[in-house]
Design a binder for this molecule. Structure first.
Ligand code: ZN
Ligand code: ZN
Length: 349
């Protein structure tokens, strides 16, 4: 197989800082699209992966799954994309294509799904390598179209933070007349606020920091509740149709279950390290449910991008150079970012 060497940033071990590293990409096969990467968002998963906090990292590790770039070459069988188009790649670069999940457009649940980084690269060997690099080659079915009116840098985090929040809000049919809670105002939460508002729901942001209130209102929340304030929480009891919980730290989930109406649902998209203690009574009374959600499949991700194009929705970002990534990780750990770092990949040259 023909390959090309390209520049990237990689971690060489769980304790090493990310640093320049040459990687190999395949030349485009018949159905492949080659993309010169312009911007790559920085997701908390990137940090977990680089530091082997999930235990499956192979080194060298190249994170990055919020990729925006231009098509620079296409294989002879590619039908959907042309050289020069602005495209995106999210958390997935392939799947089995034949299982019920793939047929239903839920590639994220396919047991044969190939993640953009950290999966086995069946063609080149080793692990798949992500977007902290000059270019990437992806089969066309996993490449997404980016609406031309969106700022491409601010659109990058839509590929993970955007779809992670859009998908559960859609699945639970959030819309006009409904009251929706969003727990946590970070990379995920700030997108959930924008989507809940755009879907026509009454959006309430829960935060532990009263200082975030003005920002939440600016982003589109109708109300802000300080979750440490028991009086404020009690005033919201039994009033929510849906709550999206985007907090990765330990917290009391029952306090939120009690805020749901009959048949209300609370969906987790944050992933606390340790199991959460869930009390039975808040679920049994009022038939509430508690569930999770993982990114979205390819059809829904394209639907989300098109929705963002029509409603002019992007992420609030802070642009960094590639060589600022280690500093950005430290700031991300302190939640010191509004609300997503995006790497200007031109800085890697
Ligand atoms: Zn992510
Ligand atoms: Zn499949």
């Amino acid at each position: 197989m023909n390959t090309e060497k390209v520049k990237a940033y990689a971690a060489q071990s769980a304790t090493a800082a990310l640093a320049p590293h040459g990687i190999v990409r395949r030349e485009p096969g018949p159905t492949d699209v080659k993309i010169e990467i312009r911007y790559c968002g920085v997701c908390h998963s990137d940090l977990h992966f680089a530091r082997n906090e999930w235990g499956f990292t192979q080194y060298p590790a190249v994170p990055g799954h919020e990729i925006i770039g231009r098509v620079t070459a296409v294989g002879p069988g590619v039908k959907k994309f042309k050289v020069g188009e602005l495209v995106g790649v999210g958390c997935l670069v392939d799947s089995c294509g034949t299982c019920p999940d793939c047929h239903a457009g839920f590639e994220q649940f396919c047991t044969g799904m190939v993640m953009t980084y950290g999966s086995e690269d069946k063609r080149l060997g080793g692990g798949t390598l992500g977007g902290y690099s000059q270019s990437i080659v992806v089969t066309e079915n996993f490449v997404l179209r980016i609406p031309a009116n969106l700022n491409p840098a601010a659109a990058a985090p839509l590929l993970c933070a955007g779809i992670t929040t859009y998908s559960p809000l859609r699945h639970w049919k959030v819309g006009p007349g409904q009251k929706v809670g969003i727990v946590g105002l970070g990379g995920l939460g700030h997108m959930a606020v924008k989507f809940a508002r755009a879907f026509g729901a009454h959006a309430v942001l829960f935060t532990t920091s009263p200082g975030k209130a003005s920002d939440a209102l600016r982003l589109g929340a109708h109300e802000v509740v300080v979750s440490k304030d028991e009086k404020q929480m009690a005033a919201q009891a039994g009033s929510f149709d849906f709550i999206l919980d985007a907090v990765s730290a330990q917290h009391d989930i029952n306090a939120y279950l009690n805020l749901l109406k009959r048949d209300g649902n609370l969906t987790l998209v944050g992933a606390p390290e340790k199991p959460l203690a869930v009390a039975a009574f808040p679920l049994i009374f009022r038939r509430r449910s508690f569930s999770g959600s993982l990114i979205g499949g390819l059809p829904e991700t394209q639907e989300m991008l098109d929705f963002c194009g029509r409603h002019n929705i992007t992420c609030d970002i802070e642009m960094i150079r590639m060589d600022q990534i280690n500093e950005a990780y430290e700031r991300m750990l302190k939640s010191d970012v509004k609300y997503r770092f995006v790497i200007d990949m031109a800085s890697l040259k």
